[in-house]
Each structure stands twice: as structure tokens, then as C-alpha cells.
Ligand binder design. Structure first.
Ligand SMILES: [Zn+2]
Length: 84
């Protein structure tokens, strides 16, 4: 059983790439039992949707959100979760 920290890492990986089925199963299992991680992943998904929404409405020549900025946001969300 992964810790909450490992689960958060797995989840953020799952946004970047397709996870092996075993990791996905572990992630899903943890989320079904842990309210804190469930809330955290929902928060991340909402952020992601917000960015996709913004991207959709921006000019074509607007560069996508840089990886470094995205990481900073993810870290901020993680830090917030850690302070709970
Ligand atoms: Zn958890």
C-alpha cells in the first residue's frame, strides 16, 4: 500500500504519461479509501481543466504553459496538502 505522498506522486505522473495497470490499480485503491488524496487529486484535475480551458481560449500564438510553471503549481498544491 503506497503512502499518501507516493500516491500524490503517482497521480501527478499519471497526468503526464500512461501508468502501468498495476500502478493505476494501486492509485485507484488508495483514492477509494483516502479522502485526503481524493480531495487532492480532484483539486489537481480542476487546475488542469482550468488551464486547458484558458489554453482553449487563448491566441494560437500563445505558448503553452511552461513545464517549470506547471511544476511550481503542482508543488504549491502539494505543499498545501502537506500543511493539512
Ligand atoms: Zn492518501
Amino acid at each position: 500500500m503506497p503512502s499518501c505522498k507516493e500516491t500524490a506522486q503517482l497521480f501527478s505522473d499519471s497526468l503526464d504519461r500512461e501508468l502501468p495497470w498495476l500502478q493505476k490499480a494501486v492509485l485507484k485503491m488508495h483514492l477509494s479509501m483516502c479522502q485526503q488524496c481524493k480531495a487532492y487529486t480532484q483539486q489537481l484535475l480542476q487546475l488542469r481543466e482550468t488551464f486547458q480551458h484558458l489554453g482553449h481560449h487563448s491566441q494560437e500564438d500563445t505558448p503553452p504553459l511552461p513545464e517549470s510553471t506547471r511544476r511550481k503549481i503542482l508543488d504549491a498544491v502539494k505543499a498545501e496538502k502537506g500543511s493539512l
